[in-house]
Design a protein around this ligand. Sequence first.
Ligand SMILES: Cc1ncc(COP(=O)(O)O)c(C=O)c1O
Length: 366
Amino acid sequence: MLKRWQKELGKRIENGTFRTLNPKAEGIDFYSNDYLGFARSKDLRELILMEISQHPECLSGSTGSRLISGNTAYLTETEKYIARQHGFSSALLFSSGYQANLALYSSLPGRHDIIIADEQIHRSVHDGSRLSFAKKIRFRHNDTGHLEQILEQKPGNCLIAVESLYSMEGDLAPLEQIAALAENYGAGLIVDEAHAFGVFGHGLVGQYGLQDKVAAVVITYGKALGMHGAAVLSTDLIRNYLINFASPLIYTTSSPDVQWVSIKAAYNFFSENRHIQQALKDNIRVFRQQGLVTPSAADSPVQAVIIPDIERLKSLQKHLADLGFLTYAVYSPSVKEGTERLRICLHSFNTEAEIIRLCEIIRESA
Ligand SMILES: Cc1ncc(COP(=O)(O)O)c(C=O)c1O
């Protein structure tokens, strides 16, 4: 096996896609998921500290799985609060979005069921699906015609997996059409709102009023909310099913309550600071006015510039970093070969001058 590992790594070094863990760089942030700047907010930090000082026990370890000794009143109360915030009957918290997707896709579909996933769905959905015995079929990205073709041919139970805002392309799913298809064909729909939550209010499912049309929604807290963790929003039936059958919830120590304290404080901060969402929207508009060619949606905080020439992409990203602009170059296998890209994340705290200069440098490099 050693030889194989060396060979695979060697290939990556050769084609310039070898990954390393680097210390956080200093510079202008155009690459993090901290869309609203909550992770850098001193005010939010103060709020969390106040909460912690009232509940210092939240800093201690949870001592076990939620099914044994790791469940607390604070955690279950927070879940009720989150469910109310999103207009769902129930919420179930997880330590991360990755774990939430593993839980859903490993446990909900049975042996003869089918998971129909958008081809650009997050890796955690694929990994979760592999832990189930269900068959997985991909449909072309955002192609409702292709999705319907698959649904027509599949008489069994189907779960459709989509994101509302895609993290690599920065485009939106046609959620209303997909929800209508799911309803027509009696399929369950699971929507991952990792990147939409906080950018579009409490998420696009809520904005379109689709709460009754989806089986479950995944909300993650490591992006616009500036924290860490995730919630599955659904019905009491699905919540109970996950508690009984989802290994990623059952066979792991529950997070310490401090994680839920931070999330709850961030929800409150979010409600009280709606103007920050507007600042992000304004910055997205400034970026779009610069006229770079992108497949991303006009109102998305993720804007992709496709540069399939890997050497050119690498040198542009490095050139930007040398000038203090932190962006992220995405290579295959994270995206399809030939669609490598510079991924730009816009934030409420970026300045107009920074955005204009960033776009100028990218244009000059073409
Ligand atoms: C669409 C999507 N779903 C799920 C996740 C996983 O969430 P977390 O980072 O909380 O594990 C991510 C994060 O990369 C994501 O982009």
